[in-house]
Design a protein around this ligand. Structure first.
Ligand code: COS
Length: 388
C-alpha cells in the first residue's frame, strides 16, 4: 500500500521483478539441494547482498538500497516463493539485525556492524531464545557482568538462525536479574573473538538451508562500546525489533502459500480422475478458492503492517498490532495452503520429487518462530482489550 492506494510504484514493481528473476535464476536450482544437505547458502546470500536485498531499508550511506518496508516485503515474498530458507536469512538480516542497528545503534555501530551485512559480505543474526526461555522471553539465564570497560558474558543461546556461520550477533542477555525484563541488555557480538563458541546444529523439519544452532558464551569479553542502547533497555529493543521481524515472517509465509497455491492450480488443471480434470470437482476447486482468498487477505494485512511501520518510523509509534495480525494470519494461511497442496497433489504431494512436501515442511516454522501463533493472539488480545 502506498500513497497511491493499492497501486505499486514503478520502484516497487522493479524490486519485485528483480527478486523474482533472481529467485528463479539463482535460487531455484539449489533449493532442493540445500534442503537436503542443510548447508547454509553463503554464495547466493553474497549475490543477494550485491543486488541490495540484504539491506533493503538501510540508507545508501550505510551500503543499503534505502527503500521502504513495502519494497522489502515484495522482494522477500518473491524469494520465499522459491525457497523459504533463503527467505529466513534475508528476513533475519534485514528486519531483526539491520533494523535494530538502524533504530538503536550509534553511528560507529552502524558503520562497523551494519554496512558489511547490508552489502551481503557478512552474516548477522539475533539471539534471544534460550533452552528454558522461548515465548517467555524475559526469563533468560545468560549473564553479562560489567568489568571495567568490558562486560563478561556467559550462557547459552539456542535456535539461532544462521548460528553456524554468523559473523555478528545481536545478543540479549541479563545484566541485572533482579530487575527481570528491565534487567536485559543488548550487545553486538563479534564471532571471531575468544569465548564465542558455536554449539550443536539443530536437525530440523524445514527451512533446512537456513542452518540453526546453539551459541555458547564462555567468558566472552564485550567492550562497552558494543552495547546496543543502555543497560536494561534490551527487552524493549528485542520486542521492538521482533515487531519488524514478524512482518518479514508474514511475507515469508505469504511466499510459501503462493507457491503451494500456484502449483495446486496447475495440477488441478492437468490431472484427470473419473473422466474430468480434478479442478472440476468441488472437493478440489473449493480448496483452491479458500487458498486464494486467504492469500489475498494475508497480503492486505502485510501491506497494512508495512505501511504502518513506515509511518511509525516518522511518528515513533508502534505497529505491534498490525505486525502480529499479519504474522498470525499469513502463517496460518501458509500452513493451510501447504496442507491443501499436498492433499490436491495426492501421492505426488508426498513425494520428494516435487517441492510440495518442502512447502509443507517449511510452512510450519512460520507459526512458531518470532512468536508462536499463541503469542500473536495474546499480543493482539491484550492490545485490544487492555486486559492481561
Ligand atoms: N514494543 C516495545 N515494547 C514492548 C513490546 C513491543 N512490541 N512488547 C512489550 N514491550 C514492553 C512493554 O511495554 C513493557 O515495558 P515496561 O518495562 O515499561 O513495563 C515490557 O516490554 C514488558 O512487556 P510485557 O509485560 O507485555 O511482557 P511479558 O513478559 O508479559 O511478555 C510477550 C510479552 C509474551 C508478548 C513477549 O515476551 C513475547 O513476544 N514473547 C515471544 C518471544 C518471541 O517471539 N520469541 C521468538 C524469538 S525469535 S525466533
Amino acid at each position: 500500500m502506498t500513497n497511491q492506494g493499492f497501486t505499486l510504484s514503478d520502484e516497487h514493481k522493479m524490486i519485485r521483478q528483480a527478486a523474482r528473476d533472481f529467485a528463479r535464476n539463482e535460487i531455484a536450482p539449489i533449493a532442493a539441494e540445500i534442503d537436503e544437505s542443510g548447508d547454509f547458502p553463503l554464495e547466493t546470500i553474497k549475490k543477494m547482498g550485491e543486488m541490495g536485498f540484504m539491506g533493503i531499508q538501510v540508507p545508501e550511506k550505510y551500503g543499503g538500497a534505502e527503500m521502504d518496508t513495502l519494497a522489502y516485503v515484495l522482494a522477500l515474498e518473491e524469494i520465499c516463493k522459491v525457497d523459504a530458507a533463503h527467505g529466513t536469512i534475508m528476513s533475519v538480516n534485514n528486519s531483526l539485525y539491520n533494523y535494530a542497528l538502524l533504530r538503536f545503534g550509534t553511528e560507529e555501530q552502524c558503520h562497523k556492524f551494519m554496512v558489511p551485512v547490508a552489502m551481503g559480505e557478512k552474516i548477522g543474526t539475533y539471539a534471544l531464545t534460550e533452552p528454558m526461555s522461548g515465548s517467555d522471553a524475559a526469563t533468560m539465564r545468560s549473564r553479562a557482568v560489567r568489568d571495567g570497560d568490558e562486560y563478561v558474558i556467559n550462557g547459552l543461546k539456542s535456535w539461532i538462525s544462521g548460528g553456524p556461520v554468523a559473523d555478528y550477533v545481536l545478543l540479549f542477555t541479563m545484566t541485572d536479574p533482579d530487575k527481570k525484563h528491565r534487567g536485559v541488555t543488548a550487545f553486538m557480538i563479534e564471532a571471531d573473538k575468544p569465548g564465542f563458541v558455536r554449539g550443536k546444529k539443530e536437525p530440523k523439519l524445514g527451512i533446512r538451508g537456513s542452518a540453526t544452532s546453539e551459541l555458547i558464551f564462555e567468558d566472552y569479553r564485550c567492550p562497552v562500546e558494543n552495547r546496543l542502547g543502555e543497560e536494561g533497555e534490551g527487552f524493549k529493543i528485542s520486542m521492538t525489533v521482533l515487531d519488524a521481524g514478524r512482518i518479514g515472517i508474514a511475507s515469508q509465509a505469504l511466499g510459501i502459500a503462493e507457491a503451494a497455491y500456484e502449483a495446486s492450480v496447475e495440477y488441478a488443471k492437468e490431472r484427470e480422475a473419473f473422466g474430468k480434470k480434478i479442478g472440476q470437482f468441488q472437493g478440489i476447486s473449493f480448496k483452491l478458492a479458500d487458498m486464494k482468498t486467504r492469500i489475498e487477505a494475508s497480503r492486505l494485512l502485510i501491506y497494512q503492517a508495512a505501511y504502518k511501520k513506515d509511518q511509525c518510523l516518522e511518528s515513533g509509534g508502534r505497529f505491534t498490532l498490525e505486525a502480529a495480525m499479519a504474522k498470525l494470519f499469513a502463517s496460518e494461511t501458509a500452513m493451510f495452503c501447504a496442507h491443501a497442496a499436498v492433499q490436491i497433489h495426492g501421492g505426488m504431494g508426498y513425494s520428494r520429487e516435487l517441492p510440495i512436501e518442502r512447502y509443507f515442511r517449511d510452512a510450519k516454522i512460520t507459526e512458531i518462530y518470532e512468536g508462536t501463533s499463541e503469542i500473536q493472539r495474546l499480543v493482539i488480545a491484550r492490545l485490544e482489550t487492555g486486559l492481561r
